[in-house]
Design a protein around this ligand. Structure first.
Ligand SMILES: Cc1cc2nc3c(=O)[nH]c(=O)nc-3n(C[C@H](O)[C@H](O)[C@H](O)COP(=O)(O)OP(=O)(O)OC[C@H]3O[C@@H](n4cnc5c(N)ncnc54)[C@H](O)[C@@H]3O)c2cc1C
Length: 314
C-alpha cells in the first residue's frame, strides 16, 4: 500500500516543531518512530497535509534522574528504555511490558511517547479505505453508528499500549509542551475515555517527558495475545506493589485503561478486585478473540499478575 502525498518537515527542537505545526493550521501530525502512524496513513485513516518529524530533537531522547524521579524523554525508544539499568531494578512491571511490546525490531524503532499516544484499534476500523467504504463509516471514521455494536452510543475501539498500563501502575506523570506553553499532568489525565478521540492533548501539543517516581517496587505484567512473538495486547494487566499497597491497571479492552488501588494484599481482596475489573471491562466483538473469553481472562490475568508481583522480588 502506498503513502498519500504530504509535506515532510524535520524539526530541530521542540519550539520549532510547534511553530511548524501552527504553520499548517492544524493539518499536520507529529512523527516519532512511525510504527503506528505510517500504517494509519497507508490505510487513509489519517490524511494530514504535513508530517513533522520529531526524531531529530535530542532533548526528547534523554533519560535522567532528578528530584526523586526518572525522567524519560518521549523520543526514547522502547528498546533503550527496556535496557536502562534503573528500569529492571526499580520497575519490573515496566520492564515486562516493554519486553512484551510487539517484537525487538519494533521496540528499536517505536518510542515511548508514540507508544502512549498510539491510536485506538478495532477489527473493523484498521482496514483499507475500500473495505471501510463497503461496510459504511463508523463513529471513529466520522460516521453516526458503531459497526461492532448496533445502536451503541459510543466507540468501543481498544487502547493497546502495553506500557501505559505499567506506567499508570507506577503513578507516572507527563510533561507536555504546546502553543500555549508547558504543563505537567498525571498520566491518567491524557485519556479522554472516548474511543473516537482517545486523548486530551490539544492541537499542536507535544508529549515531551514521562516522569516516574524512583521507588523500588515489586511488579508484573501479564498480556493476552494470539502470537507471543509479535502482537498487540487483546488484554493487558500491570501491577506494581510496595510493602503494603498496590496499583493494578487493566487495558487493551475498551478505549481507556482501568486503574484500581489494591489496599490490602490478602487473597480475598485480590479476588474481589479481579472480579470488579472483570465486571467493569467492556469487551465487544472487535478483536480476534471472543468478548466472553477476554472478559473471563481479566479475572485470570489480574489474579495471576498480583500473585506474581507479590511472589517475585521478595
Ligand atoms: C506489527 C505491530 C505490532 C505492534 N505491537 C504492539 C504491542 O504489542 N504493544 C504496543 O503497545 N504497541 C504495539 N504496536 C504499536 C507501535 O508500534 C508502538 O506503540 C510504538 O511504540 C509507537 O511508537 P512510534 O514512535 O512508532 O509512534 P508513531 O507512530 O511515530 O506515533 C504514534 C502517534 O503518536 C503521535 N506522537 C508520537 N510522538 C509524539 C510526541 N512526542 N508528542 C505528541 N504526539 C506524538 C503521532 O502523531 C501518532 O499519532 C505495534 C505496531 C505494529 C506495526
Amino acid at each position: 500500500m502506498i503513502l498519500p502525498r504530504f509535506d515532510y518537515k524535520k524539526a530541530e527542537d521542540i519550539a520549532s516543531a510547534i511553530a511548524l505545526y501552527e504553520g499548517f493550521k492544524g493539518q499536520a501530525r507529529y512523527l516519532a518512530g512511525g510504527t503506528d502512524l505510517i500504517p494509519l496513513l497507508k490505510l487513509r485513516l489519517a490524511t494530514p497535509a504535513a508530517i513533522i518529524d520529531l526524531k531529530g530533537i535530542e532533548q526528547l531522547k534523554t533519560i535522567t534522574r532528578e528530584g526523586g524521579r526518572l525522567i524519560v524523554g518521549a523520543g526514547v525508544t522502547l528498546f533503550e528504555l527496556k535496557n536502562h539499568a534503573v528500569v529492571k531494578e526499580y520497575f519490573p512491571a515496566l520492564y515486562e511490558s516493554l519486553d512484551a511490546t510487539s517484537c525487538e525490531t519494533l521496540q528499536m524503532r517505536g518510542t515511548i511517547g508514540g507508544n502512549l499516544l498510539q491510536n485506538t484499534r478495532c477489527l473493523l476500523y484498521n482496514k483499507s479505505l475500500d473495505w471501510r467504504k463497503a461496510r459504511g463509516f463508523c463513529y471513529k471514521m466520522g460516521g453516526e453508528s458503531c459497526n461492532v455494536v448496533p445502536k451503541a452510543k459510543a466507540c468501543f475501539s481498544n487502547y493497546c499500549s502495553d506500557n501505559a498500563l505499567s506506567l499508570l501502575s507506577l503513578s507516572a506523570g507527563v510533561k507536555i509542551a504546546g502553543p500555549k506553553g508547558e504543563r505537567k499532568i498525571k498520566l491518567e489525565k491524557i485519556f479522554s475515555g472516548d474511543g473516537k478521540n482517545p486523548f486530551t492533548l490539544k492541537p499542536g501539543e507535544i508529549l515531551t517527558e514521562i516522569h516516574i517516581p524512583l521507588k523500588r517496587l515489586r511488579g508484573a505484567y501479564e498480556k493476552l495475545r494470539v502470537r507471543n512473538s509479535i502482537d498487540y495486547p487483546l488484554l493487558g494487566v500491570a501491577v506494581s506493589v510496595n510493602n503494603k499497597k498496590g496499583k493494578v491497571c487493566v487495558g487493551g479492552i475498551g478505549p481507556t485503561p482501568l486503574a484500581y488501588d489494591l489496599e490490602d494484599l490478602e487473597g480475598a481482596s485480590v479476588k474481589e478486585l479481579a472480579q470488579k475489573a472483570r465486571q467493569e471491562a467492556k469487551s465487544v466483538s472487535n478483536t480476534t478473540l471472543s468478548p466472553a473469553y477476554r472478559k473471563k481472562m481479566v479475572d485470570v490475568l489480574t489474579q495471576r499478575a498480583i500473585k506474581r508481583a507479590l511472589k517475585e522480588g521478595k
